[in-house]
Design a protein around this ligand. Structure first.
Ligand SMILES: *[C@@H]1O[C@H](CO)[C@@H](O)[C@H](O)[C@H]1NC(C)=O
Ligand SMILES: *[C@@H]1O[C@H](CO)[C@@H](O)[C@H](O)[C@H]1NC(C)=O
Length: 259
């Protein structure tokens, strides 16, 4: 089944900002709740621009950042993950891109190209930023962030529809995603999908994935942290996602990834 068709069958999805800021010094919680009509196609799910550092237009940081983006288009599609750093000291730009584990290299490439253009439009002079799409995420910073769990950049989404038996449903969601967490962290792509039975006739589908700069132990830590947030966003909801800078978890009652 095609993912876009499935997504379109949902009338609307709520996005809640839980936290923001790429700055390493402070984690600030936004108190606002955004209602976003989830659009079809290639619109970004979300982005954050860092509040701390700006670069000078046409300066060395921007030159390095442009070169880094070019490297990421090239490096990411073959395996679905790419990372790199260009430059030295204050002008050094580090970045990574990750495509969802089931996305073809062609779709991966278009997502990374789209993401790198769009994030620069949205965060024109920020040294650090992150953008998420259905098919990929792209992140860059003047800080060396590789191998560290990013819990600062985070958002939640949920399907507006409620299930009829939330206690049973929540338990099944946690069970499935915990099983996928066990699988993902020992897999080379730090990615796992699967499904489980929901009563007689329904099924639950789940996905977990980490950015591959994380160690497998940190991947598990990140995913388990995301799963533990499901009660905050997605209690009794037919679908939900907790998306963190270095991992994400999601579930739906329809197949939302390509097998
Ligand atoms: C960076 O630029 C943004 C937008 O132009 C501005 O609001 C912000 O204060 C700047 N930050 C710093 C640290 O100069
Ligand atoms: C789901 O439940 C919440 C909380 O009880 C309620 O506010 C909301 O209107 C329900 N949504 C739908 C689509 O029925």
């Amino acid at each position: 089944m095609n993912i876009h068709k499935n997504r379109n069958s949902i009338s609307s999805v709520k996005v809640i900002i839980m936290s923001s800021s790429l700055s390493t010094s402070s984690l600030f919680l936004l108190s606002c709740i955004l209602l976003v009509q989830m659009a079809m196609g290639v619109n970004p799910l979300f982005h954050f621009c860092s509040s701390s550092n700006n670069f000078t237009s046409n300066g060395p940081y921007e030159t390095n950042l442009n070169k880094l983006m070019g490297d990421l288009y090239f490096k990411t599609p073959p395996t679905g993950f790419g990372l790199g750093s260009i430059g030295q000291y204050q002008t050094r730009a580090s970045g990574l891109a990750l495509c969802r584990g089931d996305v073809s290299s062609t779709d991966c490439k278009s997502c990374v190209v789209e993401a790198s253009g769009e994030i620069r439009r949205r965060c024109p002079s920020n040294k650090a930023a992150i953008i998420w799409y259905d098919n990929c995420l792209l992140k860059y910073s003047d800080m060396d962030f590789f191998g560290k769990i990013d819990e600062q950049n985070k958002f939640h989404m949920y399907n507006l529809r409620n299930v009829s038996n939330p206690e049973y449903f929540n338990t099944e969601v946690k069970k499935l995603l915990s099983e996928l967490s066990e699988k993902a962290y020992v897999s080379p792509k730090l990615y796992a999908t699967g499904d489980s039975k929901l009563g007689e006739s329904k099924k639950l589908y789940g996905l977990v994935q980490c950015t591959r700069d994380l160690s497998s132990v940190d991947c598990k830590k990140c995913v388990d942290g995301a799963i533990s947030e499901l009660p905050i966003c997605c209690d009794g909801k037919e679908g939900g996602r907790v998306v963190v800078g270095s991992c994400n978890v999601g579930y739906e009652i329809y197949p939302f990834v390509n097998a």
